[in-house]
Structure formats: C-alpha cells, structure tokens
Design a protein around this ligand. Structure first.
Ligand code: KE4
Length: 456
C-alpha cells in the first residue's frame, strides 16, 4: 500500500508545493496533508484507509454530503450523452432559472468555471458598465486569484492598493482600494471622498476567508445605501455563502439587494462551476449581447450543469437550512462548552452551514463566547440573536490577533483523532446535511481531548 507520505513526496516533485491549490498543503498548520482516496457522506478516507469526519467538504460544495447518490446519478446520466458540446445545451438555461428562482436579484446570469472567473468577470462588467476603474474590497476577504483582488491595503490615506503577490502590476493594484471589513465609518469616509469615482464595492456578505466573520448590523446596508447614492455597483461575492447561510444566500438572510452576485462551489455540486449575474440592464452588456467580453470553453458544461441541478434540488428540500443550521449550532455550542471545561480562551462564529473557531490569547477567564447569527427559520423568518451574544471576532485585525499556535495544536490533535477541520486558522468550516448526531458527538469527544492538549 502506498503511504500518504510517499504520494505527497511524489506530488511535490511535479506540482508546486505538491498541490493544485495552496491551502491544501498544510503550510499554515505544519505537517503534511493526507492524500484523499475517496469520500462519502460526511467522511473522507485517505490512501492508508484512515477515515476523517470532514468539516471542509471540498471548501463548501459538499453541503449535502460527499458523493450524494442523486448528484452522482445525475452526473452519470449526463455523461452518457457526452462530456462537452461547446454549443448551447438545455441544462444551462434550466440551471440558470433554478438559481434565479432562489436568488431573484440575479435577473440574468452567465456560467463560468470557478469563483475566480465569476468575480473577475463581475469586476470587468462593473468597470465597463460604469466607465469607472477604481473599486473597493475589504481586508481579509478573498475573491479568487484575479490580479485585481490579490491586493492588500496600502499605507496611503486613500488606501491605495499594494500588490499582495509578485506578478500583480502596481498600476493595476493602485485601482484596488482596500478597507477594514465591518468598518462603517471607514466606508463612509472613503465614499464621501471618492464615491462617485468607484465602479463597485465587492464584499463577502459573511466573510469566510479570514475565518468566519459575520457582518456587523448595518454594515451591508451602509454599502447598499452608499453605492446607490454614488452610482457604484454593489457586488455580493456569494461563492461561499450562496445556498449555504440560507436558501437564498446572505442576500436573503440580511435582506440586501446587490446589483451583481457571484456564485460558485455549491452550484456545481462538486463539478467546476461558477456564475455571475444580477440586474438585466447590466448583464445584457456582456458579449455577445453587449460589448463587455467574457468567454469560456467549458462554461455551461452539460455534466456540470446536471450536477448543479441535482444539488439545487437537494438544498431546496423543505427545512434543509434550518436542519443544517441546527447541526452547526450543536457543533459550535459543543466546542464552546469543551473549551470552557478545559479553560481555553475560545469563541466560535457561525452562519447557517458555515462556522469559524477562534483561539484567543491571554486570560482564560475571558471565557469562550459564541456569536449567534440569525438562524433562518425558513421563508426568511430569521430570529435575531440576543445582543448579549456579541461576536468575539468581527474584524480582520481581531482574527489575525488570535493564537495560531493553539489552533495548530488543536488542528493536529483532532486530525489524529479522525476529525478534519480546515487546515488554516483563517478558513471557515463547513457543515453538511450528511453529518449525523454521532459524527458531532465523536467530534466533540476528539475536541475535548484536543483542548486539553492546547492547554498543555
Ligand atoms: P474558486 O476560484 O476557488 O472556485 O473561488 C474563488 C473564491 C471566490 N470568492 C470566495 C468568497 C471564495 O471563498 C473563493 C474560494 N474559496 C477558497 C476557500 N477559502 C477555495 C479553497 C482554495 O483556494 O483552495
């Protein structure tokens, strides 16, 4: 039997870092990744046959559990008719209509092959439609690896961008303005100064790439109001939150109507699919109906569309998101209780089927706390959390200040016990409908021991 280590060694000789996406390499938690051999339901198995309860779920798509029979059978059926046509196929409009039914702000949309393509295209559309070049993103938010997004806050008063990766042209980075997430005053100041020069604001409506950080009350509405006032477009990047924090995504959960939305992950059911869409007057400016160019060989691939259609059927089932939220709540409340028992300063944020765990420096007497986001009771009837459950972590600066070494120890202790959390203190976790009460009980048993290891 080939070992995880041998296969990773082989991969490192031909793939940069041995991976096709950096976070998979375990660089921020040390150690080597396991090599997955198969997945089913809430579990992954590595090549050595070890089973893991999986809270990464392929970084979001596996909300119904891995290898769901209805998705797999849809893929098998579609594949029998051919893998790719390069012509229109009926499933594209079918899936687009299914998405619009759940996300009505997407009056018209275009399929691409990843979240990165979706955000790159939405930004080009915003720039083309407004004739403006500058745009705003938020520190700690990730919108894929398009050049304009690999930019961090500059030191300048105008928050001019600084490339966050070699290869990103300074001239392009200068057009990206970066603000602190959840900082309403900073947004107001920037808009007062240059709102009428902005093409758009792009935001993760629940941040999932600085760990899980929910929007402060009023943050998203302020973005909406100021974009409307100054003629900038509001882009909700719902690649992660779409169909995960609520059936209609964060825009349904928080009642905000963006001009454009980007999607990915869940809408492909595990196959490579992204989408961008929104106001019809904007989308009709995309080629070939308009001059703003965007294209893709495998966009709208029939097999991927079939997977997406099957997945949306599953998430539309009555009570899906209520049940998913309750699973996430059981996990987070249990982790908070285990941390309290061990005297580890800890907090957890959650939103529907996504969550984040934070290890705090310093005095355990500060105790753990949790942040309850509105729990969607279905039909958008969300129960607002009591003010007492204010989030412990609601900014990038607070997330960065957390104890990464403690997270590393927790991550490896739970991994050794067969529980796979995201291999980074700055990633969100993902619950699936396949996770059972027993899975959560087993996870909490492993966590109880892991918190003891963190305490040392
Ligand atoms: P992809 O190009 O990876 O399909 O999507 C990019 C993207 C865009 N917007 C948001 C809000 C995202 O979270 C992502 C991708 N998410 C990461 C997880 N943090 C994907 C995992 C990875 O990079 O390997």
């Amino acid at each position: 039997m080939t070992s995880n280590h041998e296969l990773f060694q082989r991969a490192q000789r031909i793939l940069p870092g041995g991976v096709d996406s950096p976070v998979r390499a375990f660089k921020s938690v040390d150690g080597e990744p396991f090599i997955a051999a198969r997945a089913d339901g809430s579990y992954l198995w590595d090549v050595e046959g070890k089973r893991y309860i999986d809270y990464v779920g392929s970084w979001g798509p596996m909300i119904a559990g891995h290898n769901h029979p209805r998705v797999r059978e849809a893929v098998e059926r579609a594949a029998r008719d051919g893998l790719s046509f390069g012509t229109p196929c009926a499933a594209e409009a079918e899936l687009a209509e299914a998405i619009r039914a759940l996300v009505p702000s997407m009056e018209m949309l275009r399929f691409v092959n990843s979240g990165t393509e979706a955000t790159m295209s939405a930004l080009r559309l915003a720039r083309g439609a407004t004739g403006r070049e500058r745009f705003v993103k938020f520190e700690g938010c990730y919108h894929g690896h398009g050049d304009s997004f690999l930019v961090k806050a500059g030191s300048g008063a105008l928050t001019l961008g600084v490339p966050d990766s070699p290869g990103v042209p300074k001239a392009l980075a200068d057009l990206t303005l970066t603000l602190p997430y959840n900082d309403i005053d900073a947004v107001r100041r920037l808009f007062d100064e240059m709102g009428k020069t902005l093409a758009c604001v792009i935001v993760e409506p629940v941040a999932g790439n600085m760990n899980c950080v929910p929007p402060r009350p009023g943050f998203l509405q302020t973005l909406r109001d100021l974009c409307t006032r100054d003629g900038a477009l509001l882009i909700f990047d719902e690649v992660m939150t779409g169909f995960r924090v609520a059936l209609g995504g964060a825009q349904q959960l928080y009642g905000i109507h963006p001009d454009l939305t980007t999607l990915g992950k869940i809408i492909g059911g595990g196959m490579p699919v992204g989408a961008y869409g929104g106001r019809r007057d904007l989308m009709e400016q995309v080629a070939p109906s308009g001059p703003i160019y965007q294209a893709g060989t495998l966009s709208g691939n029939p097999v991927a569309m079939a997977a997406g259609l099957a997945m949306l059927e599953l998430v539309r089932e009555p009570g899906f998101h209520t049940r998913l939220s309750l699973k996430t709540q059981a996990l987070c409340d249990g982790l908070i209780a285990c941390a309290e028992e061990a005297g580890v300063p800890f907090s957890a944020n959650r939103a529907g089927g996504m969550f984040g765990v934070f290890f705090h420096e310093g005095d355990p007497s500060s105790g753990p706390s949790g942040h309850l986001l509105p729990v969607d009771r279905g039909e958008g009837n969300t129960e607002r959390p009591a003010a007492a459950n204010a989030p412990r972590v609601e900014s990038f600066a607070q997330a960065v200040a957390c104890d990464r070494q403690a997270f590393r120890r927790f991550f490896h202790a739970t991994l050794d016990a067969g529980v796979y959390f995201a291999p980074s203190a700055f990633e969100a976790g993902f619950m699936s409908m396949a996770h059972t009460e027993q899975d959560i009980a087993d996870t909490l048993e492993a966590a109880r021991k892991a918190f003891a290891a963190v305490r040392g």
